[in-house]
Design a protein around this ligand. Structure first.
Ligand SMILES: [Zn+2]
Length: 98
């Protein structure tokens, strides 16, 4: 498992580029959602962006339900990365490969 560390500062997030780290941009999401930027736990190139909602799954899909926590984030459903093939879950602040 890899810890998902939150970076409030997007510049530092991109500079450190830690696998599994993330940055949530509340100003740049879709309707009632937010942009969840993350570096894949596998260490491949990034960051990647997915759409998340606060405890709901915003439209249009694909999108993910985020539990709203920064220190112990959970996303549902699981995350599948087409670019590298990584597939797994972000649960309670840890990435777990399937
Ligand atoms: Zn990857």
């Amino acid at each position: 498992m890899i810890r998902a560390i939150e970076f409030p500062d997007p510049a530092e997030f991109r500079r450190k580029a830690l696998p599994g780290s993330f940055h949530i941009d509340l100003t740049n999401g879709g309707p009632r959602g937010a942009a969840f930027w993350f570096f894949c736990p596998c260490g491949c190139a990034g960051p990647h962006r997915i759409e998340v909602g606060f405890c709901h799954k915003p439209k249009p899909e694909p999108s993910w339900c985020w539990n709203g926590k920064l220190a112990e984030p959970t996303l549902t459903p699981s995350v599948h990365q087409a670019v590298c093939g990584w597939h797994g879950w972000l649960r309670d602040g840890y990435w777990e490969a399937v």
